[in-house]
Design a protein around this ligand. Sequence first.
Ligand code: NAP
Ligand code: MG
Length: 344
Amino acid sequence: MTIDAANATKKYGVAVKCATITPNAARVEEYNLKEMWKSPNGTIRAILDGTVFRAPILVKGIQPYIPTWTKPITIARHAYGDIYKNVEMQVPAGAKCEIVCTDAEGNETRKVIHQFGQSGGIIQGVHNVDASITSFARCCFTYALDKKQDLWFAAKDTISKTYDHRFKDIFEEVYNAEFKAKFAEAGIEYFYTLIDDAVARVVRSDGGYIWACKNYDGDVMSDMLATAYGSLAMMTSVLVSPDGVYEYEAAHGTVQRHYYKYLKGETTSTNSVATIFAWSGALRKRGEMDGNDELMAFADRLESATIRTIEDGVMTGDLAAMSTLDNVQKVDSETFLREIAARL
Ligand code: NAP
Ligand code: MG
């Protein structure tokens, strides 16, 4: 089903994805699954080979934990390879572990990873592909131009002199060959820095730029940013593939804890903003592709009605707990949607 969904996304160009379950042992039992299926997101991302852009939705009354962040920081996460496609092993004491590369002619190149002594341990093999890194770079530069925002890219090339350095080089090649002049014209800049330097700069910044991250950095940093901006439920997420296919989703999961309360008949106060913005983002993109101005205007109205509802003081429990407005009215999931509909 997830493979069909990814192929349909390629066919139609725009998709909205609900949060999906990555089953663990408990879920296999609960839903009577035949196996512990892999992450649906992982499957879809591997087929679309894209970049995931995550940006927070800012509203009056919800202050980021970092007070200088007055503009959104968008994370661009490479969605292919590295540890998400790893091969790993636990190895016994005395084991000699090597990387072996057999080229197309059958020639072998070997490098010793480690000669284990008294203690066994663990090893891991990861890879990435030039074509995927190139399309990641191109997606980021294109998105930055589209948004007229600076682009930062960070990795750890001082330590990983071949692997991470390749990312840095490819970004630079793509930038110089295809984007340098366009960036100058748009008055925006691209720069590379070390990941630890980037983290320090991000905290001191006022936002308003795109931060391109390798797969793992993007996974971790997007959760950090979502929390620091206030709530996981206020984070939008869109996967952009190199051939211009867009898949919109909320950044959060199925909110399992709330769902079980709902099943027991209790009222829930679950925040639907990120899901609404997944739909408005997709409808706007559809409108753009089809030249349908009314559909694009509807997407704008839906987003502004949603923001207005919260700025009027009507919000779900997660936001009510941290709002600085003095007229806060905490409502349940359904009332929140009705309040938005009334304003729309
Ligand atoms: P989650 O669904 O994102 O929820 C984690 C917690 O964050 C919730 O318990 C809730 O906190 C808060 N939260 C998240 N979204 C919220 C919302 N819209 N409104 C209010 N509060 C919200 O993550 P999870 O519980 O770790 O994972 C649940 C399931 O979702 C798992 O099966 C996982 O595989 C899946 N998942 C899917 C995706 C995806 O498809 N993109 C992403 C992540 C997880 P409180 O409980 O404190 O209220
Ligand atoms: Mg994560």
